[in-house]
Write a protein that binds this ligand. Structure first.
Ligand code: CP
Length: 339
């Protein structure tokens, strides 16, 4: 167990070794256990402040971070770019200097500088560059609450949930299908990208499933390369499948959400996959008997998943998955923001 993650940024799962990720899970399980028996742990970050900058709406991330820092004895501050001088074009560098002087940790949700920050241009990776620049300019830990490449806190909660359902080691033997699902909106591929990077570091067995439309639904090749290289070390396995029915066969988890790297092509080609890739009980007929359905939420009911499936208490574990956001994020905060 690696115990010293003090002052580390949590921007990408690729910055963390297998042992470091497992340390975060260990602490998350411990904090969840303590919470379950009402054992206070408010001394851990007593008097510390976490700034939370959200450039887009959030239910789970905001509530879990804000409640989490409170349970650790600290205080969470919520702001949008419009509420800070970022609205008046104060630079990220000057903003970083201020958060460094006032805060003990800074969490950011930012993924499109054009639509969210009024920038003249935006290219994939620009939001990640902002997070990296703030982390360089500020000494306090910077936590990624969703950027244009990854959703690392989400994936940590997802994997923690798989550990709970299948066993702390046995989850690695299970067939985890990380699947595309249809929605009109072209969302980021951050969830699948983070899942394959973290999953292969940990030694999981993941099938990445999406329709074959080159340049539209395939994920960032950097993540595929990192995942494949990590799999060689960890013993994990990453398979890419373009037929959802083949992917679903013998699956232990079907985790399906929409994403698209090219919004225009997605608008043209997405609808033809809508029926087959809307996850339903039909997909679970070919999956393993105890298979589970996962989604990071919010889910587009009737598009990404049927109402009947997401509400099926025997199959859907989406709310357990959401709850684990708080436990894993408390672990990240406690480890990185400690005195
Ligand atoms: N999964 C997730 O990040 O949810 P929110 O957008 O509600 O925070």
């Amino acid at each position: 167990m690696i115990t010293n993650l003090k002052n580390r940024d949590f921007i990408s799962v690729m910055d963390f070794s297998k042992e470091e990720l497992e340390t975060i899970f260990d602490v998350a399980f411990d904090l969840k256990r303590r919470n379950a028996i009402g054992e206070s742990h408010s001394h851990l970050l007593k008097g510390k402040s976490l700034g939370m900058l959200f450039a887009s709406p959030s239910t789970r991330t905001r509530i879990s971070f804000e409640t989490g820092i409170t349970q650790l004895g600290g205080h969470g501050q919520y702001y949008t770019p419009e509420q800070l001088q970022l609205k008046n074009k104060e630079s990220w560098r000057d903003t970083a200097e201020m958060v460094n002087r006032f805060l003990n940790g800074f969490a950011i949700r930012l993924y499109n500088l054009k639509t969210q920050m009024g920038a003249e241009t935006y290219e994939y990776g620009d939001a990640r560059e902002v997070l990296r620049a703030i982390a360089k300019d500020a000494d306090i830990p910077v936590i990624n609450m969703l950027d244009d490449k990854e959703h690392p806190c989400q994936i940590m909660a997802d994997i923690m949930t798989m550990m709970e359902k299948f066993g702390r080691e046995d989850y690695k033997k299970k067939k985890i299908v990380m699947s595309w699902a249809y929605d009109e909106r072209a969302k980021s591929a951050g969830v699948p990208q983070t899942m394959i990077a973290a999953g292969m570091t940990l030694g999981m067995n993941i099938v990445l499933a999406y329709p074959k439309e080159p340049g539209v639904y395939d994920v960032d090749p950097e993540y595929v390369k990192v995942a494949q290289d990590a799999a060689k070390v960890s013993g994990g396995a990453l398979t890419i499948e373009h037929d959802i029915w083949k992917a679903a066969k013998d699956a232990d988890v079907i985790y399906a959400k929409s994403w698209a790297r090219n919004p225009d092509q997605h608008a043209a080609s997405g609808p033809k996959y809508a029926k087959d890739w809307c996850i339903s009980h039909e997909h679970f007929k070919v999956a393993n008997t105890q298979a589970k359905y996962m989604h990071c939420l919010p889910a587009k009911r009737g598009k990404e998943v049927t109402d009947e499936l997401i509400d099926d208490p025997n199959i859907s574990i989406v709310n357990d998955e959401a709850e684990n956001r708080i436990h894993v994020q408390k672990a990240i905060m406690a480890l990185t923001m400690r005195g």
